[in-house]
Design a protein around this ligand. Structure first.
Ligand SMILES: Cc1cc2nc3c(=O)[nH]c(=O)nc-3n(C[C@H](O)[C@H](O)[C@H](O)COP(=O)(O)OP(=O)(O)OC[C@H]3O[C@@H](n4cnc5c(N)ncnc54)[C@H](O)[C@@H]3O)c2cc1C
Length: 449
């Protein structure tokens, strides 16, 4: 049997500018790519038409075609990763394994398990940073501890980015690029893909899913949109943000390429990409956030957790039009604009006093761009219990937010056609009353802090 290097695709579904794949292709053995449809994850999804699974399947199909054009293929399996690995190690002579880092607690556990299986057979497992610009403890305070506040973190992030500028070969000075944003030229080494006949890709139906009809936002964003991003990004009725979230989530685009574009065109857009790194490092360095509040004293809050009220929030029937529009947009498209993510999250936690983890789980189920680190960070921010949180006494007024960010009710009219008619419900709770109730409950929980 021919000795092979195996490259394990996960959240990095592209052949271009892929750190781990680049290193795999430079190894001394031909490279066979692997993707596992993880039964541990898929079996927990309750919508057989989950758009993210469809997108994943399409992306794998696309990789399959690209690899076929290069005379190679991709090994695609469905099952529990440890069981799939046991089979793959029987079927192929694997000399080395390459992959990119994944920072979610369950992914880290999975990788440790696979690493141990490989170690028993003396097979090296190489991991690389690919999905963020800076990971783990690469950007820290002077004492080496991780930042927990965004502004100083982002300042240090930018200092580090600009501290190592390099000139690509033969380029003029204006083309100097940060070492950290340089692309990995995988294409120079494509000849090292293992040359084989196409391998079969399991059908969606074999895994219990069907193709979704939900439209996936394009991975091509115009320069014009990024250039004006700072002026348009706050208004949910405009197409003023990139909608690249799902592509970052599955790695169908390169973060380095988008960060170079952001650096060139719009600082505000770059800052948003830094938020993504910020929350990824928070999850890595403070993994307890995946289950509880970053500030543990907030776990003392006596949530009301009324299931009927939660249902009204989920279905967009709260009687607050901007909240309802946002929830209905989420339910029908899998997307929700950042401004209204903040408003709906604040409403659930502060107006209704429902545990932020209920909202976090609902978003995880519905968002195309669901990402544990950013979703958790966003929810903890809204509930006031997170790293860089809004102080708990700042309770968004839905009416004031409406006035500021959708003054002509364009967004509301699009998603709540019955708004302004007798069919639209009255507000489920009075704003002033809810605000005072929230302050009281938080105050009791945080007494003595
Ligand atoms: C309660 C709540 C839940 C959220 N859940 C998620 C989630 O599951 N997945 C997710 O990617 N983002 C999440 N966000 C952050 C943000 O709302 C989305 O990234 C953004 O709305 C996605 O739309 P876009 O791709 O058009 O972003 P753009 O505005 O075009 O920004 C470009 C990219 O920057 C990153 N980004 C932007 N804002 C943030 C932010 N505040 N935090 C982290 N990264 C950011 C994203 O990768 C985004 O795709 C959440 C925010 C809140 C308040």
């Amino acid at each position: 049997m021919q000795a092979l290097t195996l490259f394990w695709f996960r959240r990095d579904l592209r052949l271009q500018d892929n750190a781990g794949l680049y290193h795999a292709l430079k190894s001394k053995f031909p490279v066979l790519p692997l993707f596992i449809f993880d039964a541990d994850i898929l079996d927990k999804l309750d919508d057989p038409q989950d758009a993210r699974v469809s997108f994943l399947h399409q992306s794998i199909q696309h990789l399959h075609e690209e690899l076929q054009a290069l005379g190679s293929s991709i090994l695609v399996r469905y099952g529990k990763p440890s069981e799939v690995w046991a089979q793959v190690l029987e079927e192929f002579a694997i000399a080395e394994v390459y992959t990119n880092h994944d920072y979610e607690p369950t992914a880290i556990q999975r990788d440790e398990q696979v690493k141990a299986m490989l170690a028993e057979r003396y097979i090296p497992f190489h991991g690389f940073k690919d999905q963020v610009i800076f990971e783990k403890l690469e950007v820290t305070k002077a004492d080496g501890k991780p930042y927990t506040v965004f502004t100083p973190y982002s300042r240090m992030w930018k200092n580090k980015l600009n501290s190592r500028m390099e000139m690509p070969d033969g380029a003029g000075e204006e083309e100097a690029v940060s070492f950290y944003l340089k692309p990995y030229p995988c294409e120079k080494h494509y000849a090292n893909f293992h040359q084989i006949e196409p391998l079969p890709v399991p059908a969606l139906s074999a895994m219990g899913f069907h193709a979704s009809t939900v439209e996936i936002p394009s991975s091509n964003v115009s320069r014009g949109l990024i250039k004006t991003y700072d002026k348009t990004r706050d208004f949910p009725y405009l197409l003023g943000t990139s909608r690249l979230g799902i592509h970052f989530r599955f790695g169908t685009i390169s973060i380095r390429e988008k960060a170079r574009r952001a650096q060139e065109l719009n600082e505000t857009f770059l800052n948003e990409l830094i938020w993504r790194d910020f929350y990824a490092q928070i999850l890595t360095n403070f993994p307890h956030v995946a289950k509880g509040s970053f500030r543990p004293e907030y776990d003392r809050i006596e949530w009301r957790n009324d299931e009927k009220e939660f249902e009204k929030w989920c279905t967009g029937k709260t009687g607050y039009p901007i909240v309802d529009a946002a929830m209905r947009e989420l339910n029908s498209t899998g997307f929700m604009h950042n401004r209204v993510r903040m408003i709906t999250a604040s409403f659930l936690t502060k107006h209704l006093l429902i545990d932020w983890r209920w909202g976090e789980a609902y978003f995880a189920k519905k968002l195309l761009d669901f990402d544990l680190a950013s979703n958790n960070g966003g929810w903890q921010w809204a509930a006031g219990c997170g790293t860089d949180a809004a102080p708990y006494f700042r309770v968004f007024s839905p009416a004031a937010q409406q006035e500021k960010f959708d003054p002509e009710y364009k967004y509301v009219r699009k998603w709540v056609p019955e708004y302004g008619t007798a069919a639209y419900p009255k507000p489920m709770v009075d704003h002033k009353f809810a605000r005072e109730r929230c302050l009281e409950v938080y105050k009791i929980a945080l007494k003595g802090v």
